[in-house]
Design a binder for this molecule. Structure first.
Ligand code: SF4
Length: 610
């Protein structure tokens, strides 16, 4: 058993002492999947790092123990701990692009793990590495084993990370957002693989994720974290059927899907408090819709409300009168525009061709058509979702439309915006068009300049594309933007590295909104976000659309989000649009087998663990 007892982890930060984990108890058995869920910044990933003794340099264990089969890991010499890390406990990190060694072939990285922790060596280890690449769904594993990470898509890199973690055949696996970057079919494959290994090898899995549907299909038990503490822990079925903590209830109401189409999602007011604060009472008090007078001064303890179901809330241990708090009433939404008339964006026969570097004797094709003649129209005020597996050309299409591939690829066809072909614009005309067409990138880590403060990141576009604004107006716009995306105003003076992935994505969204565009290419804009922030962002995108008639080309693999936000869907496979139609039509009556498979792979809340 892997056990954490009364663990406290603190970090020295400029703002003060951050109590990242504050008195955590947790036990994971072999063969069990225990899910840790909660918003960014609540301590989930820090718990994983603390388990592996991988705290950042400014971190320390203030108290508590971590035991693996009775052995105290915190007092183990580093040499022996290295055998535990990777050998007994494998870990899949959240961010594959920074976790793989960029100058090492992926095969060598898997072989390294196999040779370090198993008896296999040389060709046998390489054969095993190929086998693992095949098991995690990498096509042509014999060829891809010699690729460097930069040649793989985000989803493929994550699969390699999973192969490295599993190749050492660990007893426990810590999976920190293991499938966030993957499309649903690969996600289903990876989750099945983890389940199979769990059965085969009695693997204990600590699953850290913000995807509650994945948790519902995978976990035996669920713990909800908030501000460094566990606030509810329960068997998974019970957690989803009868959540007890007010925060848990709000989170489940914030999930998008068909049932909530056309209505605003329940948003949770405010943000997770910074953990350098001292808390007198309940940490959720400022955001709680059930708060009572004494909640602000009495810290609730974790109490057992049913067998195996513990809750940290005074509603159960010291009930009282609810404070008269105005409920969070989502803004009434104006009627959606009908979306008739001339399209705002019309894409005709778009093709994107990349040159392939090939050895001189190679006789095969010397190019690769990532996008192979797609056409669609997008009227103002509508959302078109481009869905499909990783590598099918969704992101490439989005980038080609905003002219981000000019130097790398040969782009042909037309992308008519307001009658002008975006693919042919240059100089001032291109700059003017960028005022109206913005993009939100998938990877919030790579899309922000690490040397610019948030205020500079947001102001840069305003200075260039909205020169009519003076300094005071720009400042007011910055405040409006951070409020809109749910960040605190002090965020403006901070650096991107000080934020979590979800917070960085909100900064990226604010940057796109800053110049008040008419069309936004949204490339997986909410895949790095928590459910509550995702609800805020989706509400925000819908409000902006209805107020200003914004059009979205929404590239995503999250079918729940598509069901909620999209008017039309285009399903892509191998660079082509396979099926296109209204959201209802495609989701309820898909014609193509591929679409049916894609929809069948979507994890759903309430579908129990297999
Ligand atoms: Fe809400 Fe009070 Fe319970 Fe905290 S203790 S979650 S403020 S009801």
């Amino acid at each position: 058993m892997l056990e954490i007892d009364a663990l406290r982890v603190q970090l020295d930060a400029d703002a003060g002492l951050v109590k990242a984990i504050d008195g955590l108890h947790l036990a994971l058995s072999r063969g069990e999947t225990f899910a840790l869920v909660g918003e960014s910044g609540c301590g989930k990933s820090m718990t994983a790092l603390a388990l592996m003794r991988l705290l950042p340099e400014n971190g320390r264990y203030a108290s508590g123990t971590v035991r693996l089969d009775g052995q105290d890991l915190l007092s183990l010499p580093e040499g022996r701990m290295r055998g535990v890390r990777g050998g007994r406990i494998g870990m899949i990190f959240q961010e594959p692009s920074t976790s793989l060694n960029p100058v090492m072939r992926v095969g060598d990285q898997i072989v390294e793990a196999i040779e370090a922790h198993t008896a296999l060596r040389g060709p046998a280890a390489r054969a095993k590495a190929i086998d693992w690449l095949a098991r995690v769904g990498i096509p042509e594993p014999e060829r891809r084993i010699d690729d460097y990470p930069f040649r793989l898509s985000g989803g493929q890199k994550q699969r390699v990370m999973i192969a490295i973690a599993l190749a050492a055949e660990p007893d426990y696996l810590i999976a920190d957002e293991p499938t966030t970057a993957l499309d649903v079919t690969i996600q289903a494959q990876i989750l099945d693989l983890i389940r199979d290994l769990q059965r085969e090898r009695q693997l204990g899995v600590l699953l850290i994720t913000h995807d509650l549907a994945v948790v519902s299909g995978m976990a035996h038990r669920v713990a909800l974290m908030y501000a460094g503490q566990i606030i509810e822990v329960a068997p998974a079925a019970e957690f989803f059927a009868q959540p007890r903590h007010p925060y848990a209830r709000l989170l489940l109401q914030a999930l998008p899907g068909t049932a909530r189409r056309g209505e605003p999602l329940a948003a949770i007011a405010g943000t997770v408090p910074p953990l350098w604060l001292s808390f007198a009472g309940c940490r959720f008090w400022p955001r709680c819709d059930k708060a009572m007078g004494h909640c602000a001064s009495t810290p609730p303890a974790l109490t057992e409300e049913a067998p195996g179901h513990e809750v940290r809330c005074l509603l159960y241990s010291q009930p009282g009168d609810a404070l008269p708090r105005p409920p969070v009433v989502p803004k009434a939404q104006p009627q959606a525009p009908a979306g008739q008339g001339a399209p705002l964006l019309e894409v005709r026969d778009l093709r994107v061709r990349f040159k392939l570097k090939a050895p001189w004797l190679y006789r095969g094709p010397r190019h690769f058509d990532a996008v192979d003649g797609i056409s669609f129209a997008l009227p103002a005020g509508r959302t078109l979702a481009l869905v499909g597996e990783s590598g099918c050309g969704k992101t490439t299409s989005g980038k080609a439309i905003v002219q981000l591939l000019r130097r790398q690829a040969q782009v042909s066809g037309q992308a008519l915006f307001d009658g002008k072909d975006l693919l042919r614009l240059q100089g001032d005309a291109l700059q003017q068009a960028r005022r109206h067409v913005q993009i939100i990138f998938q990877d919030p880590f790579a899309s922000l300049n690490p040397r610019m403060r948030v205020a500079e990141v947001l102001e840069e576009g305003l200075v260039v594309l909205r020169p009519e604004l003076d300094a005071g107006q720009r400042q007011a716009r910055l405040h409006e933007l951070v409020d809109q995306v749910g960040l605190r105003r002090d965020a403006l003076q901070r650096w991107p590295h000080e934020f979590s992935g979800g917070q960085r994505q909100r900064i990226a969204i604010a940057r796109a909104l800053a110049v008040q565009p008419r069309l936004i290419v949204c490339d997986e804009p909410t895949s790095a976000l928590d459910v509550s922030v995702q609800a805020q962002i989706l509400n925000l995108l819908r409000d902006l659309q209805r107020e200003q008639g914004l059009a979205y080309l929404f590239i995503t693999h999250n079918i729940g989000v598509v069901e909620y936000i999209a008017d039309d869907i285009a399903v892509m496979q191998a660079g082509r649009i396979l099926e296109r139609g209204s959201c209802d039509e495609v989701l309820t009556r898909p014609r193509e087998c591929f679409t049916k498979t894609l929809l069948a792979a979507v994890p759903r809340l309430g579908v129990p663990r297999r």
